[in-house]
Design a protein around this ligand. Structure first.
Ligand code: ZN
Length: 484
């Protein structure tokens, strides 16, 4: 009898009140079951999420409400579920090119709809009601840019309310008077956790509601809840959690919502190595939000010390996309040692699945306090600007057949062509130009085209920020520039 009781207790406590760490571990292990498979990259559009939202209309417990239209007429939809007293409101992608959390919201809908979580949800929705407003800026998302159709940053329109999307967000907020609010964004993948060598994969903030950055009960609850989320996530991304700048911004939504009585939490999705489409960070968002909902339902955050939040390091900028360390630059008879920090910015090609990069030398000198996604020690190597091969001018049709390795081994990163293609970038492993006018010194702000020599022999080339070993049949994983 005793054993039976014990087993029953375990079963009940696991289905209704799972231990915190088991709950998050379970989400982590079973995530693939919930992942919304129709969203696979960051450039999905309003038209991709509307059918998913429409499907929810037929799922038990869900309510979907049209709450207004963007400047270009795209419908914003408020999704709600639950009948608990505690209201949780979350909105995503008010910046059009910040979609990571939007995708995670659809994973959460799948979690709620999965029969495996029926018991959990039953107890959960007796206590809380969830409200979701995904993709607040669909016109920006259409163009994968931060601002809305009027080129206004919606997160600076919370007070003046000139854009329909801002009016919608404010009026939904007013109609709900939620206990908790989640403001879901993406930040640069180049933020670091303080001056550590780690990327800020998730950054949290309990936004300030005044210039003094006071902590009242409303903001205090956000501070405590972040403490819980920090502990939950630290088992998956230890050392990769930071705090976003806490300067008060009177024009921003989060700061005002905190002032107007909702405990508001900013979640910023940053960077993670080998995750350019942020699908792992999306999974971390899924866990972060569900873990927070559970803390709110159980009120476990109330026992969390504010010290955890206070101890989280702020975002800093100590990360490059690529860092070439300890190179030697020869200037006449002099030799100097330099590290070179290179960043790659993303550009959309003719369609959103065609992404190209443009490189920039961001810094050079002693960069020993920095770190990079791709970090190389080139002690013993000398660096020189690569040059333009101008003995011959090629026709575009002939380019595929070129022996690029031979060109690299002679120090060339760029060739001349009779006419330039319409595009700004080429999939060829070399840059194309009409005439030779490329600077031969290494300067900040310029594209990264170099040769790296050891004992006088060229061993590597850098073509538009992509490092390539000079070796027969080596695949090039990048793109060249079309230099006009
Ligand atoms: Zn943002």
């Amino acid at each position: 009898m005793k054993t039976l009781l014990l087993i029953l207790t375990i079963i009940i406590s696991e289905t209704i009140m799972p231990q915190n760490y088991d709950f998050e571990q379970n989400l982590y292990q079973s995530y693939d079951r919930y992942k919304e498979n129709s969203l696979t990259h960051r450039r999905f559009k309003h038209a991709d999420i509307i059918p998913l939202i429409d499907k929810l209309k037929h799922k038990s417990g869900f309510t979907v409400k049209d709450v207004g239209k963007s400047v270009e007429g795209r419908e914003l939809k408020l999704i709600s579920i639950g009948h608990g007293k505690k209201k949780i409101f979350m909105w995503s992608q008010m910046h059009g090119d910040e979609p990571t959390a939007t995708a995670a919201l659809f994973d959460i809908f799948n979690f709620i709809n999965d029969s495996a979580n029926k018991e959990f949800c039953k107890v959960f929705f007796d206590r809380v009601t969830l409200y979701f407003l995904p993709m607040v800026n669909p016109d920006g998302a259409e163009r994968f840019r931060r601002r809305n159709f009027y080129d206004i940053d919606l997160n600076r329109d919370a007070s003046r309310l000139q854009c329909p999307e801002a009016v919608i967000l404010k009026s939904v907020f007013d109609s709900l008077k939620a206990d908790f609010g989640f403001n879901l964004h993406d930040q640069s993948h180049r933020y670091s956790v303080g001056n550590s060598f780690r990327t800020a994969t998730i950054s949290f903030l309990a936004p300030a509601f005044n210039y003094e950055k006071d902590i009242n009960d409303i903001r205090g609850n956000a501070v405590k809840l972040i403490g819980n989320m920090y502990q939950s996530l630290s088992q998956f991304i230890p050392g990769h959690i930071a705090k976003y700048s806490d300067e008060y911004e009177p024009r921003a939504f989060g700061d005002n919502f905190q002032k107007w009585g909702t405990s508001t939490i900013l979640i910023e999705s940053g960077g993670w190595k080998d995750d350019p489409e942020k699908q792992f960070i999306r999974k971390i968002n899924f866990i972060a939000l569900l873990s927070a909902f559970k803390s709110i339902a159980e009120e476990s955050y109330l026992n969390t010390s504010n010290d955890i939040y206070e101890s989280i390091p702020f975002n800093d900028k100590y990360i490059f996309d690529m860092l070439l360390r300890n190179l030697t630059v020869k200037e006449g008879k002099k030799q100097i040692k330099v590290d070179i920090g290179i960043n790659l910015d993303e550009y959309e090609g003719p369609n959103e699945k065609n992404i190209y990069y443009k490189s920039t030398v961001d810094d050079l000198g002693d960069l020993s306090t920095f770190y990079a996604y791709n970090d190389y020690d080139f002690e013993g190597y000398t660096i020189e600007r690569a040059s333009v091969y101008d003995d011959k001018v090629y026709s575009l049709k002939k380019l595929e057949e070129l022996d690029f390795n031979k060109l690299y081994s002679k120090g060339y990163s760029t060739i001349l062509v009779k006419e330039l293609p319409d595009e700004k970038f080429t999939r060829l492993p070399i840059n194309l130009a009409l005439k030779n006018r490329i600077d031969t010194t290494i300067n900040i702000g310029e594209p990264a085209n170099f040769i790296l020599k050891k004992d006088g022999k060229i061993e590597y080339v850098v073509i538009n920020g992509f490092l390539q070993k000079v070796e027969k049949n080596r695949k090039f994983e990048g793109n060249g520039l079309i230099i006009r």
